[in-house]
Design a binder for this molecule. Structure first.
Ligand code: FA5
Length: 350
């Protein structure tokens, strides 16, 4: 081996390396190339170990040429690496392209159910009139649902409110009126009482367009000295105007409830026809929404209010009926079917 041979070998080596580098397609191949041409066992390393066998005058020159070759290879490696990374990045950008003009993914958001909505709305109206809100049990004692409301066992009024019994004395409440008794017993003769009670109630009614076996009521109760029937009417008129608008009117018809005297059924002027008569109001111009009356003296005395000093009014409204009227829904069953086509019409509040 002399300097000339070494120089030729380096030249061939460099040419071969450069040609091969052009074929490199990916990082693994580039690494193989690096190990082959610049690694410890590469041809360059082998040649550099042979420098020792050259004469003194040739050795520095040989070292210099070897270094030059190594340097050329290293530079080529760096350039190739840069090019490769760039092309890989371009390929990735091409395949993983993000279309920023695509519409975003919609996250479904809930809306308040029309029944809850109308309950909230009615609560707001009565809170504004100084009422508080209470809730009572849906599984109720016969005593509260009937007896203390002046409906003894075997009273014919029970027929109108048949229900689901758990035991002889325990039943699914048929109305929110038991909360009249519970509230007054808790207040034990103190006044004034002004409370509304929203909640679910149950009856053995056949389901149809206006009846459900489970539905909602809002009970109202006001007890104080000197409360009169005109207070009841004024309160209900204010409620009707707040929920249905300034044109709304209410009508009281004589009725019977064992726990109120006098008693009334309260009608709203028909929302659909404005009172002229249509299918919705069965041509009467009015739609019944609640039962009401002056709290019966027996009930007051039974819960510790002296009926010679105190008087009060109470009402129980059917929430579904009010929702049907307010939102123009034709069948009460639509409120329970969870059909999104109906529910999506209500403004999303969350
Ligand atoms: C009562 O339930 C009495 N507790 C109301 C009351 C309270 C009177 C306080 C006096 C003093 P009634 O059975 O009429 O009354 O029902 C009241 C309202 O509930 C009805 O006007 C109606 O709007 C609604 N309602 C009654 N039954 C059903 C049913 N099966 N499905 C849907 N709504 C009903």
């Amino acid at each position: 081996m002399d300097l000339q041979m070494l120089t030729d070998a380096l030249k061939t080596l460099e040419q071969g390396a450069m040609n091969q580098l052009k074929q490199v397609q990916n990082e693994a191949e580039l690494e193989q190339w690096r190990v082959a041409y610049l690694g410890k066992k590469s041809a360059v390393s082998t040649l550099s170990r042979q420098v020792g066998s050259l004469g003194d005058s040739e050795r520095p020159l040989a070292g210099e040429r070897i270094n030059k070759t190594r340097q050329a290879l290293q530079e080529a490696l760096a350039t190739a690496k840069g090019t490769l990374e760039e092309s890989l990045l371009l390929r990735r950008l091409e395949t993983q392209r993000v279309d920023i003009t695509l519409p975003g993914r919609r996250h479904p958001r809930g809306a308040i159910h029309p029944i809850s909505r109308i309950i909230h709305e009615i609560e707001e109206v009565f809170l504004g009139m100084g009422y508080t809100i209470a809730e009572g049990p849906e599984v109720e004692l016969d005593a509260f649902n009937f007896e203390k409301l002046n409906i003894p066992k075997d009273h014919p009024a029970r027929d109108m409110q048949d229900t689901f019994y758990l035991t002889d004395n325990l039943l699914m409440r048929t109305h929110t009126s038991p909360m009249q008794v519970r509230t007054m017993e808790k207040m034990a003769g103190a006044s004034p009482v002004k409370v509304i009670v929203p909640g679910r109630v149950y009856r053995r009614d056949e389901d149809d367009a206006t009846h459900s076996h489970a539905f909602h009521q809002i009970e109202g109760l006001a007890v104080d000295k000197g409360i009169r029937m005109s207070d009841l009417k004024g309160t209900l008129e204010e409620f009707a105007v707040a929920v249905f608008g300034p044109q709304q009117a209410v009508r009281l018809r004589p009725s019977f409830f064992p726990f109120t005297e006098p008693s009334a059924e309260v009608d709203l002027r028909c929302i659909a026809c404005g009172g002229s008569g249509c299918r919705m109001c069965k041509e009467t111009g009015w739609i019944e929404i609640l039962g009401a009356g002056m709290v019966h003296p027996h009930v007051l005395d039974g819960v510790g209010y002296d009926s010679r000093i105190f008087s009060g009014f109470a009402f129980g409204m059917g929430v579904e009926r009010i929702a049907l009227l307010k939102y123009g829904i034709e069948d009460i069953r639509m409120l329970y079917q969870n059909d999104l086509r109906l529910l999506e019409q209500f403004e999303r509040i969350f």
